[in-house]
Design a protein around this ligand. Structure first.
Ligand SMILES: Nc1nc2c(ncn2[C@@H]2O[C@H](COP(=O)(O)OP(=O)(O)OP(=O)(O)O)[C@@H](O)[C@H]2O)c(=O)[nH]1
Length: 734
């Protein structure tokens, strides 16, 4: 037996070349065409395989004459078993008749079998192993033919590039075959080389395989895989201290830190980071060191909910004040339990009972009065009541069953970050789940990096940090922003890629800014998601207006859409209000008040709908209209600029003219204006005259002085702010 070409062998075996080629494929003999030459060894392998098949066919070397054994086609088709089991008991084999060479009938049967397989368009690999009876069955049943079933692959999916080896594997081909095909296409590639999707598609087509190129949208979000509840372990609570100005937030944080610091450590605190941990009888509590609800809500607006418990500081000599109320509302909006620390009880005029009374007016009913708000009397100054407060924090934490899985790649939040001249970007991070280790690769917002070194709140180097542990991290590529979520990823490449993708996405977003919480948008969201609550923040000039609006709006609410006034307060709309709106997906209603400059900028950035009114029924009408989805095409106000009144002059026949300095944007001679005094609108009207050095001008830009007269308004005063605006028609979005 010498070398033979495929078609010659096929002839010898009374098979078609195609059949032989298929068989060779099964036997992993590389074939190109039916003209390919086969080595003796290969021929031998094929023949042996055929023999095995025949033996399997009959189930035993002793076979009956093929004619008897092989049933007529019609007969075979009669039952499934018959069809698939030509060698089963039904066609008893006559003992003693050896079947060494294939008979013509057998060949015919085999051919039919192949055709059946081909019809199925599947290639089966049969390995002869195990018991004979088993083999027999297996061969007899093409649906489950053998231990190793290799289905002919018709379609594969790849990314924009694919490594040669992976492509071969996906196609179920040998790498050498793939490389050969690549060479035919004029591409020289090694096993580990990446080829593009186009080339891969051409190669695959040579094998009759279709390629689908996966939609490779750049990865920007990392899925936060939920943890198996079994793996969760108790973690320390994370606490934020809130309260009115000067009620003692900072003093309390200091008092807590110091009651817990041992004498030796006291001098050793070199590093001060945005959070610290204290140890209370073996249990830890993490305190965020940036007091105030502003920071708390700003973080939340960025999607980072890190606080488990809010400690509300109320000075016993001062009682509930506007920012106390704000803090309460911010904590409530975030669904964070509140513990009240009634501070300054050392003061002679301290009146804790009055504080409790006032708290009830804001929905916080002290425990001793039958409610569920824990109130603790403390003196931050005299370090009194601190232990009790800490104990209560642990109690609330226990009730909340705070848990996290420490054994996973870390994920958490950036608390603060800065660029240090010597050390590069330095970020304080709070680990929320998993354990952050030195050497970990991570992404945080738009930045990425590798943990070069970690310091705990005492400034001591540590190698790892588990859930609720605040750490200072060195090694970020850039300065992340407070509130950025950080996540550990497997390698640097991925970390960098995600950060880059996010940057690109952000640039894209900036180009297509859409309102996040415009009233229209919120209503649309409600419609889509069947959401049932419209969150509103009310700011007004006087307390009476806040209450009047609150009541009126709450009545507007229907069963389908509940109106939720998450905060109401007196005074200008501040950045904090905007942050609360951003964090709670709320709109802001300003009644006779305006946003201050920071608030306006923040609202623009956060895309918060700030709606300003001077008449109550207009507020109600708008909300009603929005709720019923009938918002009329809107005339939208467009901010032009702001000017400060620096002096006033009486001009005969004209009236009072304000000497102004344009602090922002521009003012035009036909603009509408609002005169704002201490955050409150005192007049609305139009510009009557606009002059620079005695010349009438059309507009004056930021940084320039001008004289401005206001139509029918002479009560302008030094220090007033003039806000200029025009109107623009906006199509209704619903
Ligand atoms: N008598 C007395 N004074 C206190 C106590 N706690 C704080 N103070 C004083 O109250 C003032 C304000 O305290 P801070 O801790 O700065 O208050 P804060 O709430 O952090 O203030 P802001 O950061 O401005 O919002 C300081 O003069 C403190 O010394 C206390 O328990 N008793």
């Amino acid at each position: 037996m010498g070398k033979q070409r495929v078609y010659e062998l096929a002839k010898d075996l009374q098979m078609t070349s195609r059949e032989v080629m298929r068989l060779m494929q099964v036997l992993n003999i590389p074939v190109k065409t039916h003209m390919s030459t086969l080595t003796e060894e290969q021929i031998d392998k094929i023949k042996k395989h055929l023999e095995k098949l025949q033996r399997k066919d009959t189930g035993t070397p002793k076979v009956s004459p093929a004619k008897e054994k092989k049933p007529a086609k019609r007969e075979r088709a009669e039952t499934k078993a018959d069809k698939r089991h030509p060698g089963n008991g039904k066609f008893k084999q006559k003992p003693g008749i050896k079947r060494d060479t294939p008979t013509a009938d057998h060949r015919k049967w085999k051919k039919e079998k192949w055709e059946e397989f081909e019809d199925d368009q599947e290639v089966y690999t049969r390995k002869v192993k195990g018991k004979k009876t088993k083999q027999k069955k297996k061969f007899a049943k093409p649906e489950e033919p053998a231990e190793r079933v290799q289905t002919a692959i018709k379609k594969i999916e790849i990314g924009e590039t694919v490594v040669v080896q992976d492509l071969a594997q996906k196609m179920g081909k040998k790498v050498s075959e793939v490389i050969k095909q690549l060479m035919n296409l004029g591409v020289l590639a090694t096993i580990n080389q990446e080829i593009d999707a186009e080339t891969a598609t051409l190669v695959a087509a040579e094998f009759g395989i279709e390629v689908k190129v996966k939609d490779t949208k750049p990865v920007t979000e990392l899925e936060d895989i939920p943890d198996d509840p079994e793996l969760l372990k108790e973690r320390p609570p994370v606490v934020t201290v809130m309260g009115h100005v000067d009620h003692g937030k900072t003093s309390l944080l200091d008092a807590i830190r110091q009651t817990n610091v041992t004498a030796t450590e006291a001098g050793g605190i070199t590093q001060h980071i945005g959070a610290y941990q204290v140890d209370v009888d073996g249990k830890k509590i993490t305190f965020l060191d940036t007091p105030g609800h502003e920071a708390f809500t700003a973080m939340r607006a960025r999607g980072a909910q890190i606080t488990d418990i809010a400690v509300l500081v109320v000075a016993a000599d001062d009682g509930v004040m506007p920012q106390t109320v704000e803090a309460i509302n911010h904590a409530k909006a975030a669904n964070v339990p509140i513990i009240v620390a009634i501070n300054k009880i050392d003061k002679p005029n301290a009146n804790p009972e009055r504080v409790k009374q006032e708290l009830t007016e804001h929905g916080l009913i002290p425990e001793e009065w039958g409610g569920d708000t824990i109130c603790v009397n403390v003196s931050a100054l005299k370090r009194e009541g601190i232990d009790n407060l800490l104990e209560m924090i642990l109690l609330v934490a226990e009730m909340a069953e705070l848990k996290a899985n420490p054994d996973r790649p870390a994920r958490g939040v950036v608390i603060e970050a800065e660029l240090d001249k010597g050390r590069g970007p330095v970020a304080t991070m709070l680990v929320q789940k998993g354990t952050l280790k030195v050497g970990d690769y991570l992404v945080a917002g738009l930045t990425h990096g590798r943990v070069r070194a970690m310091m705990d709140h005492r400034g001591q180097r540590i190698k790892k940090a588990g859930p609720s542990v605040p750490v200072e991290v060195l090694g970020m590529s850039d300065v992340p922003e407070p509130g950025d979520i950080f996540q550990v990823v497997e390698d640097e490449k991925l970390a960098r890629q995600i950060a880059e993708n996010r940057k690109a996405e952000k640039r894209e977003e900036e180009l297509h800014k859409t309102a996040r919480a415009s009233l229209d948008e919120l209503m649309k969201q409600m419609k889509d998601a069947q959401a049932k609550e419209l969150n509103i923040i009310i700011k007004a000039d006087v307390h009476g207006s806040v209450e009047a609006l609150r009541q009126a709006l709450e009545q507007v609410g229907t069963e389908e859409v509940r109106i939720n006034i998450i905060h109401g307060g007196v005074g200008a709309i501040t950045e904090t209000d905007v942050m609360l709106a951003a964090a709670s997906n709320a709109i802001i209603i300003g009644f006779n008040v305006r946003p201050d400059a920071n608030a306006r900028k923040a609202a623009e950035k956060e895309k918060i709908d700030v709606r300003l009114y001077r008449v109550i029924y207009e507020v109600i009408d708008d909300i009603k209209a929005a709720m019923s989805g009938l918002l009329e095409p809107e005339i939208k106000e467009v901010f032009l600029g702001r000017a400060e009144v620096r002096a006033t002059f009486k001009v005969p026949k004209v009236g009072v003219v304000a000497g102004c300095y344009v602090t922002e944007g521009r003012v035009t001679n036909n603009a509408n204006v609002r005169i704002i005094r201490d955050g409150v609108v005192v007049h609305e009207g139009k510009v009557a005259s606009l002059r620079r050095f005695k010349d009438d001008v059309r507009e004056v830009s930021q940084g320039y002085e001008c004289g401005m007269g206001i139509e029918r308004f002479n009560d302008i005063k030094e220090g007033d702010v003039i806000e200029a605006y025009t109107f623009e028609k906006v199509e209704r979005q619903l």
